[in-house]
Write a protein that binds this ligand. Structure first.
Ligand code: GDP
Length: 590
């Protein structure tokens, strides 16, 4: 019998593979097992493995034609593309790629940034005293590469949350002895959400227990299939410590840059992003600006966020005074009247008057914005879907255990068939933390928690940024909610509103009431009939109702900031000094 051809990508998730050949995933998993490959339904296998499986069902696997171009058309458009959209196409010129380094803590981000900086110094810079201005440049093969010097996705996300996008390429550092870790996955989610190409620097190759093959397998499972496995992701072995592989990494960056069509108009509108800014006692505000289009010149009037001013002195990352700075050049500038925030977009305007007007407008906008902070709620998302502004519902999923993550993802993917796509940016086990909220802010996503809590810092940030966190303990409730949201039929969301916070300063026993927490209210108020949560560090130790609320031996209904009080908890006595209490009510979010 002739076998049928079937197109397969360089890596494919078991579920998709099963669907493609119309077999059950379980059957495929069993087939894989008999071939010595252990994989779960959400794991990916490479082309060769998939080919063996499909062959058993009479298919012949052929490599799928890449659909990169199609993908580019949807979703977030990088800032620089938007910037140059208005520029005369004939004036666009290649500019240096801007690179940022992400990765798990201790995998070597800082060491790699130092190693890269030093290769350049060795290449001829005597003394090599460079300033730390948040970015630097290196030369390779006569071309320039700009590195953002603040590693970590907090900086990357801060920029994206403000609508800017500093980096053209992400270097993902993964320690070869440690492999893919939670922050590695987070970094991948950030880069993917921003549609920035990823190059993997497989660091610490000098270590005896380095295991590059294991890391490559982990990466392939995350859809970063190494190029030597037939995929699209460059995985470059390096040792930041021994300064090995740095040249390969720089060459890799140039190759990726060549494919990414990184251009700007040096004569165009001058615009870019604030990398960092601080006040110097003697010099006033010093800001590092990354020029992304046009050429910044001394004497220009710049508006950056809510700051503005005439550029008095411009210097490069080596501290040398320069008159001009073109696209992708980081410069330190003096002359702004205030400190802008990292991630603010800056632009050059014609006059000081114009600058003042822009800033005044922004301040005004901020005021009205603060009054009606837009929540990224399911309801809003649906509204924007209907208005044709959104075609995707971005989700971040956190669950208690891997075993519950898998069915959640598969249930959510089932909802994916309607007009609006569901995009899971990131799915991981563990409580909801600040990083999740940052990713949600930057990507306009909703956080779904399954049998998990959001820690105190995450809740505070979500409140401030208006990110919606929805907690569930039953899968069908979650899918029901999302399905309703997609159809625009969602009931008003019941949201938790924090009304007060207090610190536990003492614990004492009251004969009738059991143990009582002696608290000082630090924010808002505590209400006798509201709900409370007691935290020890980031651990939630109690959630429920108060049994008593007293002020100087009197029962009270509420107590405000600055006052001390005694709080008893219903059926709970394990209180400790140093615990932290939040008081909240449930409200319908009309
Ligand atoms: P970061 O938290 O990602 O910025 O990581 P660091 O750059 O601070 O590095 C964490 C630790 O790993 C430090 O003790 C480094 O000396 C060490 N380290 C970094 N790169 C290498 C490497 O290539 N080989 C070895 N053996 N150690 C490294």
């Amino acid at each position: 019998m002739m076998s049928k051809n079937i197109e397969l990508p360089a890596s494919i998730v078991i579920r998709d593979l099963a669907q493609k050949i119309e077999k059950s995933p379980i059957e495929i998993i069993k087939k894989l097992m008999t071939n010595g490959v252990m994989a779960t339904i959400n794991q990916a296998v490479d082309f060769d493995t998939a080919a063996i499986v499909v062959a058993e069902y009479g298919f012949e696997a052929v490599p799928e034609v890449q659909e990169e171009v199609k993908k580019e058309e949807t979703g977030e458009i990088p800032l620089w593309r938007r910037l140059i959209a208005d520029e005369d196409a004939s004036k666009l010129m290649a500019r240096p790629p801007v690179v940022t380094i992400l990765g798990h803590v201790d995998h070597g981000k800082t060491s790699l940034l130092d190693a890269v900086r030093q290769t350049d110094v060795a290449a001829g810079e005597a003394g090599g005293i460079t300033q730390h201005i948040g970015a630097y440049q290196v030369e390779k093969k006569g071309r320039t590469i700009t590195f953002l010097d603040t590693p970590g996705h907090a900086a990357f996300t801060a920029m994206r949350a403000r609508g800017a996008q500093g980096a053209d390429i992400v270097i993902l550092v993964v320690a070869a002895d440690d492999g893919v870790m939670p922050q590695t996955r987070e970094a991948i989610a950030h880069a993917k959400a921003a549609r920035v190409p990823i190059i993997v620097a497989l660091n610490k190759m000098d270590k005896p227990n380095a295991n590059p093959e294991r890391v490559k397998k982990q990466l392939a499972e995350l859809e970063l299939v190494p190029d030597d496995w037939g995929g699209n992701t460059m995985v470059i072995p390096v040792s930041a410590k021994q300064k090995q592989g740095i040249d390969d990494l720089l060459e890799g960056i140039l190759l990726v840059a060549d494919n990414a069509d990184i251009r700007a108009n040096p004569e165009g509108k001058v615009i870019g992003t604030v990398i960092e800014a601080e006040v110097d006692k003697s010099k006033g505000t010093i800001a590092t600006l990354l020029v992304q289009n046009g050429t910044l010149e001394s004497g220009n009037i710049v508006v950056a966020g809510k700051a503005f001013g005439r550029m008095k002195a411009i210097s490069d990352y080596k501290g040398r005074a320069v008159k001009k700075a073109g696209p992708s050049t980081p410069v330190a500038v003096m002359g702004l009247n205030d400190v802008p925030s990292a991630g603010d977009v800056f632009q050059v305007v014609g006059s000081e008057k114009e600058a003042r007007a822009i800033v005044a407008e922004r301040l005004e906008e901020e005021k009205s914005h603060a009054q009606a902070k837009k929540k990224v709620s399911l309801e809003d998302l649906f509204a924007s879907v209907q208005a044709g502004e959104t075609k995707e519902l971005n989700l971040i999923v956190k669950a208690d255990v891997q075993g519950s993550l898998e069915p959640i993802i598969s249930e959510l993917e089932k909802l994916n068939e309607g007009e609006i796509g569901i995009k899971i940016l990131y799915a991981e086990t563990g409580n909801i933390g600040e990083n999740d909220v940052m990713l949600a802010t930057a990507s306009k996503a909703i956080i779904i928690g399954f049998n998990v809590q959001a820690d105190v810092a995450a809740r505070k940030l979500a409140d401030a940024e208006g990110v919606s966190i929805r907690l569930y303990d039953i899968i069908y409730r979650m899918t029901e909610d999302i399905e309703k949201a997609l159809k625009g039929m969602l009931e008003p969301e019941v949201v938790e509103k924090v009304i007060g916070r207090a610190n536990v300063l003492a614990v004492f026993s009251a004969s009738k009431l059991g143990r009582v927490a002696g608290c000082r209210v630090t924010e808002g108020e505590l209400r006798r009939n509201a709900k409370v949560r007691l935290y020890r560090g980031t651990d939630l130790v109690f959630e429920g109702e108060m049994a008593s609320l007293r002020h100087e031996k009197e029962d009270v209904k509420e107590i405000r900031t600055g006052f001390e009080c005694g709080v008893g908890f219903k059926n709970f006595n394990d209180i400790q000094v140093g615990d932290y209490l939040i008081c909240y009510v449930l409200e319908k979010n009309a």
